[in-house]
Design a binder for this molecule. Structure first.
Ligand code: ADP
Ligand code: F6P
Length: 321
């Protein structure tokens, strides 16, 4: 391939810039022309292009967000939009495309591949909820941000003998919640993947509080898929008598300079994507399996079932208090 494109789509994630840089640098080193497409599929349909050269992508590896911008594009969900995208690719001579985003973006990439534009999906989402990969770009940074914020929250929670019920992102997935709960020494992680009983959590809190030298402040981490964070805080307060506050960390978790892990993963995965396109291979998702970067058929990858981190959840529950 002589000319490829790269776009970021769906929710942004720290490390997307590092991935764009890797795709651009790898493509250039293989003698390709690399085009950045702004605002995901919206920019493809609207012809929002920027030529990527070694300098355009300089100084972005450490930046959060995505300098290519991102968007959601309802039009791309139907075949008319996809065919329009194919026509734009042909018009400017794009022979392949790297799509950095989540599973929604990958479905678009699959559709575009099926009409003759080879696409490679790179997992870019803080949620780590893409089935066929152990890791998604942005996950580590988001968890570190949440951890640092909850560490700060603990200071005031402890000073006031309170309970903080903290909601973290993750869409319907509880990976961020469990890892962050473990890392901050929380009493519990409340997620959709595992049944939870507020009465049982409250009883454990009361017991701990009433022990000699008992504990007087508590952190509960709630996955956003569970929601109800305000209600949970209110119920815990009613059941335990411990003053409780709800905190929703929100979009701050999507920002910030990517960690080393996210930069390295983005770089390795970006490089791998270009290697596939160089061989004329499309309709693949790049991911991490057994700690190694690999690729898998796009539709097969989307249909896989991802195991939950049950072992970590069990250790967290057993070692709380
Ligand atoms: P993410 O990629 O993070 O999962 P979305 O689900 O919002 O984010 O998807 C991003 C974009 O991918 C959508 O706005 C749309 O353009 C495209 N997309 C999502 N689902 C599909 C689909 N089933 N078919 C084609 N394109 C899709
Ligand atoms: O997928 C990333 C994510 O931040 C989820 O954790 C969250 O549910 C969602 O995106 C929020 O989307 P929006 O930015 O559209 O509010």
């Amino acid at each position: 391939m002589k000319k490829i494109g790269v776009l970021t789509s769906g929710g942004d994630a720290p490390g997307m810039n590092a991935a764009v840089r890797a795709v651009a640098r790898a493509g250039l080193s293989k003698g390709m022309e690399v085009i950045g497409i702004e605002r995901g599929y919206v920019g493809l349909l609207n012809r929002e292009f920027v030529t990527l050269d070694a300098r355009t992508v300089s100084g972005i590896i450490q930046r959060g967000g995505t300098f290519l911008y991102t968007a959601r594009c309802p039009e791309f969900r139907n075949m008319d939009g996809v065919l329009k995208g194919k026509a734009v690719c042909e018009e400017i001579g794009l022979e392949g495309l790297v799509v950095i985003g989540g599973d929604g973006s990958f479905r678009g990439a699959g559709d575009l591949s099926s009409v003759g534009i080879p696409c490679i999906g790179l997992p870019g989402t803080i949620d780590n909820d893409i089935q066929c990969t152990e890791y998604t770009i942005g996950y580590d940074t988001a968890m570190n941000t949440a951890m640092e914020m909850i560490d700060k929250l603990r200071d005031t929670t402890q000073s006031h003998d309170r309970c903080s019920v903290v909601e973290v992102m993750g869409r319907r997935a509880g990976y961020i919640a469990v890892n962050v709960a473990m890392a901050v020494g929380a009493e519990a992680a409340i997620t959709l993947e595992r049944p939870y009983d507020l009465n049982e959590i409250a009883a454990r809190m009361t017991k701990t509080k009433n022990e000699k030298n008992g504990k007087h402040h508590f952190i509960l981490v709630v996955s956003e898929g569970v929601g109800q964070t305000e209600n949970i805080a209110r119920e815990i307060q009613e059941m335990t008598g411990i003053e409780s506050r709800a905190t929703i960390l929100g979009h701050v978790q999507r920002g910030g300079s990517p960690t080393l892990r996210d930069r390295i993963m983005a770089t390795e995965m970006g490089y791998h994507a270009v290697e596939l396109l160089e061989q004329g291979i499309g309709n693949r998702i790049v991911g991490l399996k057994d700690g190694k970067v690999y690729d898998i058929d796009l539709q097969e990858g989307l249909e896989m079932k991802k195991p939950f981190i049950d072992h970590r959840y069990d250790i967290l529950t057993e070692t709380a208090y």
